[in-house]
Design a protein around this ligand. Structure first.
Ligand code: 5RP
Length: 219
């Protein structure tokens, strides 16, 4: 299967994890977009969706799926989203599409996180993909200096503003051996909104697209 076929296959497989009548948390990115297209086929069986970005909200609405405000929702049984890198421990780097903060918020509320990726995203150690960090604009230079102290090489994502009005620093050169610790350390830097490590709230299940079909890894 091509990378795109793998994305479509895991998006379709994720539908099997959606309980009838539930509110679904929906991620952002090309794989999540395929999931939205699949979700549209069962839209009459769900109550609605909570979106992790403006782009996702638009795509859901285009398909006639009701988009709910997270503040009016107390229970999200399942959140479905892609990742930029994921380990066998189901720790992830996310935020390649810049939606990491809202993704982390919806994932925090959700009872189950189903991650859907093609096989290129599975890694032994996180960090080859530059780690995105959402930063309040006035703190950009300060946060960058602090990250250099931690051994990273931050680069401002050019021409990009998040849905929350902030900037993204993409941090190169990290070999992340302890993602739980680094996630906390980075979030302690004043001016950081959040970072793209999803280790404290990791995925519960990975649906991985492979040449031989969909492989399921659960913890
Ligand atoms: C967006 C994300 C995406 O999940 C991540 O970038 C993967 O995207 P794609 O499915 O297009 O490979 O975190 O902020």
């Amino acid at each position: 299967m091509t990378q795109d076929e793998q994305k479509r296959a895991v998006a379709a497989a994720a539908i099997g994890y959606i309980p009838a009548g539930c509110i679904v948390g929906v991620g952002t990115g090309s794989t999540a977009n395929y999931f939205i297209d699949e979700l549209a086929k069962i839209k009459n069986k769900i109550e609605g969706a909570v979106a992790s970005s403006d782009a996702t909200a638009q795509r859901l609405k285009k398909h006639g799926i009701e988009v709910l405000d997270l503040n009016n929702v107390s229970d999200i049984p399942v959140y479905v989203d892609g990742a930029d890198e994921i380990t066998e421990h189901l720790h992830m780097i996310k935020g390649g599409g810049g939606a990491l903060t809202r993704e982390k918020i919806v994932a925090a509320v959700a009872r189950k996180f189903i991650c859907i990726t093609d096989q290129t995203k599975l890694v032994n150690v996180l960090g080859n993909f530059p780690l995105p960090i959402e930063v309040i604009p006035m703190a950009r230079s300060y946060v960058a200096r602090e990250i250099v102290q931690l051994g990273g090489h931050p680069a401002l994502r050019q021409g990009f503003i998040t849905d929350n009005g902030n900037v993204i620093l993409d941090v190169h050169g990290l070999q992340i051996l302890n993602p739980v610790e680094l996630e906390g350390t980075l979030n302690q830097i004043t001016g950081v909104v959040t970072n793209g490590l999803f280790a404290r709230r990791s995925a519960n299940t990975l649906l991985l697209g492979t040449d031989n079909g969909v492989r399921t890894i659960s913890i």
